[in-house]
Design a protein around this ligand. Structure first.
Ligand SMILES: *[C@@H]1O[C@H](CO)[C@@H](O)[C@H](O)[C@H]1NC(C)=O
Ligand SMILES: *[C@@H]1O[C@H](CO)[C@@H](O)[C@H](O)[C@H]1NC(C)=O
Ligand SMILES: *[C@@H]1O[C@H](CO)[C@@H](O)[C@H](O)[C@H]1NC(C)=O
Ligand SMILES: *[C@@H]1O[C@H](CO)[C@@H](O)[C@H](O)[C@H]1NC(C)=O
Ligand SMILES: *[C@@H]1O[C@H](CO)[C@@H](O)[C@H](O)[C@H]1NC(C)=O
Ligand SMILES: *[C@@H]1O[C@H](CO)[C@@H](O)[C@H](O)[C@H]1NC(C)=O
Ligand SMILES: *[C@@H]1O[C@H](CO)[C@@H](O)[C@H](O)[C@H]1NC(C)=O
Ligand SMILES: *[C@@H]1O[C@H](CO)[C@@H](O)[C@H](O)[C@H]1NC(C)=O
Ligand SMILES: *[C@@H]1O[C@H](CO)[C@@H](O)[C@H](O)[C@H]1NC(C)=O
Ligand SMILES: *[C@@H]1O[C@H](CO)[C@@H](O)[C@H](O)[C@H]1NC(C)=O
Length: 453
């Protein structure tokens, strides 16, 4: 063995020990279930509390938020002191999917109980003492299973929404009438307990900007529903007025920025909800908000942004003369966002004959707009009087700097890689004394005797 490989061997041993120590340390720190609350058991992503002798009173809490975020399943059964699910109880269990609370004294569930549990899918509440449950508790959820059998649900309007419940697992739920008689909830009909309907007028809003419009929302249903408007962030001045089953939303001097805005009228009562909406179609003349210097990517592009409804027709002038579009020069719209069309005049390998003043014309039946920009792609080849390196070839200055940076990085990488290979060779050959002498001499020019000693 050469001195050198001996040295490296020692280093490897040291490293091995360190790794082992680290592993031991990690093992000592990691104790499974260390944070599981008393009276419950925790396995993986599941907490289960089923000890009938020692009942929990509220949802168990784990030591850290991070641990609670890992829980997908909570199972609580046979707990005689468990009575309610309150607003904040499940806040930290953000990834909860399955919740079972069965055979407990659960009588109350807050409307905000599952506010922080958007992934909740399976909810088993069998064999508790719930007398009513609001649909609003579940409005933001996508529940596939809601099991409620074995609860003294009352035959009241508040529970009638359960009739329409179309869970994957259909249950024949019973409800308790005032005298104590049990009736199938599915056949229950109550007076003054009607799902809301809603009508929104007009059903289409197509108008010129600057005008006024009034939207009328009319609802029916008992108990009397509440009406509510939801809109995009409106730029137009707006006010709403409410009277009984009617609500009016008035937009004054409608802004073109509200084109495409969705306006929804929502009506709800304890039986359920209904909504109707309309999209604003606001007509306005073209506005070119941007027309910029030509940039070179794969092609040359003169970028622009413009708006207008209906979509404006576009044409170009070069030095006052119409530009013929074709395979080498054409207008393209790349995307429509935030009420504006964004696009380019594409030029394929432009030459000096394409230099000049480009004017963009945008027009629709409400008016037109125009803007101009100078584009200089290449000098006339015979004109030696100017030297403008920026436009002489297709490489803008920024790219040249980028190239230098790339060369630098590649250079550093190459040097590092060579060093790495060198080390590998030394290691490999150093281990084998036969080659160790050769390898060492070869790479370092050190006399053989010193190495072999
Ligand atoms: C949460 O689960 C992930 C993956 O199962 C695990 O890596 C992580 O350590 C867990 N976090 C806590 C705090 O238990
Ligand atoms: C709950 O108690 C019932 C009867 O006392 C028993 O049959 C059932 O297995 C218990 N459930 C659990 C999960 O322990
Ligand atoms: C959650 O409930 C669903 C539906 O019963 C079941 O298929 C799934 O295995 C449950 N998930 C866990 C982790 O228990
Ligand atoms: C619903 O149940 C809760 C808890 O038992 C009770 O306080 C409330 O009065 C009930 N609501 C109706 C409309 O019966
Ligand atoms: C709701 O759940 C169903 C199946 O459980 C799924 O197919 C659907 O995509 C979910 N919808 C949303 C909005 O999460
Ligand atoms: C729009 O309403 C405002 C305020 O009510 C009024 O001053 C204006 O004349 C109305 N505009 C039109 C075009 O009716
Ligand atoms: C509102 O709707 C109800 C029923 O849908 C209808 O009877 C009533 O006439 C409507 N009222 C108005 C002002 O449109
Ligand atoms: C109406 O909507 C607003 C905003 O979305 C909300 O804050 C308010 O609580 C809603 N009112 C009703 C009665 O639903
Ligand atoms: C309507 O709004 C525009 C801006 O959106 C404003 O310039 C104009 O003065 C407004 N007109 C009236 C009558 O308020
Ligand atoms: C050469 O280019 C300059 C600057 O662009 C211009 O002013 C001049 O007229 C050109 N000369 C000829 C002969 O085109």
């Amino acid at each position: 063995m050469s001195l050198l490989s001996g040295g490296f061997g020692m280093a490897r041993w040291g490293f091995g020990w360190a790794l082992l120590l680290l592993l031991l340390l990690l093992l000592a720190l990691w104790r499974p279930g260390a944070a599981c609350p008393e009276l419950c058991t925790c396995t993986g992503a599941r907490i289960s509390c089923v000890d009938a002798k020692h009942s929990i009173m509220a949802f168990p809490m784990l030591q850290s938020e991070a641990e609670m975020e890992n829980i997908t399943d909570i199972y609580i059964a046979n707990q005689s002191s468990f009575k309610s699910i309150n607003e904040k109880d499940l806040d930290s269990y953000r990834n909860l999917r399955n919740l079972t609370v069965t055979n407990t004294r659960l009588a109350y569930i807050s409307r905000q109980a599952f506010q922080s549990n958007p992934k909740l899918q399976y909810l088993n509440l069998k064999e508790n003492i719930l007398s009513n449950l609001s649909w609003r508790t579940f409005r933001h959820l996508n529940i596939s299973y809601l099991l409620l059998a074995g609860n003294p649900l009352q035959c009241i309007c508040e529970n009638v929404w359960l009739k329409q419940w179309r869970g994957e697992e259909a249950e024949d739920l019973l409800c308790v009438e005032e005298g104590g008689k049990r009736t199938a909830l599915s056949t229950l009909t109550l007076p003054n307990c009607v799902l809301p309907t809603v009508t929104l007028k007009p059903t289409k809003v197509t108008m010129q900007k600057g005008l006024n419009v009034t939207l009328m929302c009319n609802t029916s249903g008992t108990p009397t529903p509440t009406l509510n408007w939801t809109t995009c962030k409106l730029n137009s001045k707006n006010e709403h007025e409410h009277s009984g089953q009617m609500s009016e939303l008035r937009l004054v001097n409608v802004s073109s920025l509200d084109n495409g805005c969705k306006i929804t009228c929502r009506s709800e009562n304890m039986v359920g909800e209904a909504e109707a909406s309309v999209d604003l179609d606001i007509l306005f003349p073209p506005v070119i908000s941007k027309l910029m210097d030509a940039v070179s990517d794969h092609h040359w592009c003169i970028p622009f942004s413009m708006s207008g409804n209906p979509e404006p027709k576009l044409s170009w002038l070069l030095n006052g003369k119409p530009v013929e579009e074709g395979p080498f020069i054409r207008t393209m719209i790349h995307d429509y966002s935030e009420g504006e069309y964004h696009g380019c005049l594409h030029l394929d390998s432009p030459t000096h004959i394409n230099n000049g003043k480009y004017t963009l014309l945008a027009s629709n039946k409400y008016g037109e707009d125009r803007k101009a920009v100078f584009a200089h792609f290449m000098h006339e080849p015979w004109n030696e009087s100017v030297t403008d390196p920026l436009y002489y070839d297709d490489t803008p200055i920024g790219q040249t700097e980028d190239k230098v940076a790339v060369y630098l990085v590649v250079g550093i990488a190459a040097v590092t890689f060579t060093g790495f290979i060198l080390m590998l060779v030394i290691l490999k050959f150093g281990r084998n004394s036969k080659f160790g002498i050769k390898g060492f001499v070869l790479f370092h020019n050190v006399p053989v005797e010193i190495v072999a000693r």
